[in-house]
Design a binder for this molecule. Structure first.
Ligand SMILES: [Zn+2]
Length: 397
């Protein structure tokens, strides 16, 4: 145990949220499993009653009770009448239905940008900001609640003459500071007032990517921006290559901590993920205390046409099959966590994470093997939840 504690202390210096929030109650409401449907499926698979019937069957079998229908992505729109029809059809079936906007490809197309499937928006361009306002207004009239996929950042630098001139005019030296000022302005002027003008009940949510190390340099500011929006979400898409898979757990905790509890949920996808790692993201999103797990997206996981995707959809369909197998266990874990007091959690050197909870006067321990080996008496990628005695745990005194 001493060794684990030492490792925990060392890791605590690098991982926000590690060990910091022990003693906090878990969510008091039932956990929600939701799913995004991109423009591709909204314009395709979900646009007919037959396609929706197939989707409904999958959603119901996999405990999905809430949908986020996308109005815009990569230069492609879903017509208002079609979105309204789909929204109402799913609501009649008892689903909660919200909106989604992916703010990419908002500048006028150029010869260079036409060679790519989409482009990161240059936000110093008045045309892009006007396009964003139009999309926000139209979407806010269809949905009260809308989430913004995590492309609300700037990829511009010295090679962008327009941003360089704007940065000079604002007398800002540092690119990170410039991008933060620019994106805050976009949120404050081109998103929130436009949404509220279109729909006084509009509630827009900013979603942050998993790459927290790059937030400040790319224009993301969770504390200030979440204060503006009222709610944020965070990506738990750690995928195959992340050497620190427990991030999918602690980033929820960390985001809740820095935003005063305003992180609405965790979002993960099937990109660059083996089925085992995809399911691991699902477990960690729940173990991190998310109120809601959002699976992105119907297009990748279930539909025949995944839309823009740079890998084989056979792999994401395999992720869906793994999810189908695990959903009952994921639901059981989420149900169990309701009403617990969350204790510390840590990653052992063997790659098994340990999570401590207290419930009804008893101490419970969840473990997740993140490796393809049998370690600490756990099978490859195994998971367990069992009651333990206090002496087995590192519950803080
Ligand atoms: Zn630019």
């Amino acid at each position: 145990m001493k060794r684990i504690v030492v490792v925990a202390v060392l890791l605590a210096a690098f991982e926000p949220g590690f060990h910091s929030f022990a003693g906090e109650p878990s969510a008091s409401k039932p956990h929600v499993f939701s799913m995004t449907c991109k423009v591709t499926s909204c314009n395709g698979a979900l646009s007919t009653p037959e396609g929706r019937a197939k989707a409904l069957d999958w959603f119901r079998r996999n405990h999905i009770s809430k949908l986020w229908l996308e109005s815009y992505r990569h230069g492609e729109h879903v017509a208002t009448e079609r979105l309204v029809e789909e929204r109402d059809a799913f609501r009649r079936e008892g689903f909660e239905v919200c909106g989604c906007i992916t703010p990419t490809s908002l500048n006028a197309p150029t010869e260079a940008s036409k060679k790519h499937k989409f482009s990161i928006t240059c936000w110093s361009d008045p045309t892009a900001r006007q396009n964003m306002r139009a999309i926000v207004a139209r979407t806010a009239k269809i949905f009260d609640t809308v989430i913004l996929d995590d492309f609300l950042f700037s990829g511009c630098g010295d090679s962008c003459a327009r941003c360089k001139a704007d940065k000079g005019a604002r007398k800002i030296e540092d690119w990170g500071a410039y991008r933060r000022a620019l994106l805050y302005e976009v949120c404050e002027r081109d998103i929130l007032p436009i949404a509220r003008e279109a729909n006084p009940k509009a509630h827009f949510i900013i979603k942050y990517p998993c790459w927290y190390q790059g937030y400040r340099n790319r224009g993301y500011e969770p504390v200030r921006q979440t204060a503006l929006f009222g709610e944020c979400w965070v990506g738990t898409e750690t995928r195959d290559a992340n050497p620190n898979p427990l991030q999918a757990c602690w980033i929820i905790d960390w985001m809740n901590h820095v935003t005063g509890g305003h992180c609405g949920g965790g979002w993960y996808d099937a990109l660059d993920s083996s089925p085992e790692k995809f399911v691991e993201q699902a477990y960690y999103t729940i173990l991190g205390g998310a109120k809601e797990s959002l699976v992105h997206c119907y297009d990748y996981l279930v539909a025949d046409d995944p839309g823009v995707m740079y890998e084989s959809s056979a792999r994401s369909h395999a992720c869906a099959a793994a999810f189908e197998k695990e959903i009952d266990n994921l639901q059981k874990l989420a149900d169990f966590l309701q009403g617990t007091v969350r204790g510390p959690y840590w990653m052992t050197p063997q790659g098994v994470s340990v999570h401590i909870f207290r419930k009804d006067g008893k101490v419970w321990r969840a473990r997740v093997n993140t490796t393809a080996k049998t370690v600490l008496q756990m099978p490859p990628y195994g998971r367990e939840l069992r009651e333990v005695t206090d002496s087995d745990t590192a519950w803080p005194k």
